[in-house]
Design a protein around this ligand. Sequence first.
Ligand code: URA
Length: 195
Amino acid sequence: MKIEPESDKVSVNGKDILYKKYLYIMLNKPSGYVCSTDDGASPTVIDLLPDNLKRRGLFPAGRLDKDTEGFVLITDDGAFAHDILSPEKHVAKKYFCRLEKKAEKSYENAFKSGITLSSGEVCKPAFIEFCDDENSVYLTIYEGKFHQIKRMFETLGNRIIYLKRVKIGGLFLDENLALGECREILHKELLKIKA
Ligand code: URA
């Protein structure tokens, strides 16, 4: 039967069923999974969803490389995904980067001025934060070109050996999520993403 989602109450064996128009899920992606809904060869981030969060139409809003870990947002809200991925919206993505070689102080200005990749593509200004460990940095970028961070560091003569996305917009990856675990994003958290 058809139901009115705003006014009807639906329960199964006495248990209320809550209707949600869209789902928004935070996943801590492990290495080895691809950010797509279907991949002939490799497991996808959708395969990691538990049954209670699985439903048709879910897709990852944005791509991390197969070997990158961290925050992937999975949703079935196409407009929201479009919004946070659109380069015009400038939603920040922050990554923890471990480098093959020491991070040089000169990187700060290079990222600020906009790196030109070997392909000739020019990146928007990015923001680097240095860590106590001189081979590790945090980098915040505002767009999502193919293998962008790996290619940015290559132009600086360095190489990424470990990459993890820790924040999208104003929302940090929940530290309580182990690799491969996910949870729903709360409404107030959703607002932080675009903030
Ligand atoms: N930049 C990369 O090079 N890889 C990612 O997975 C994300 C950003």
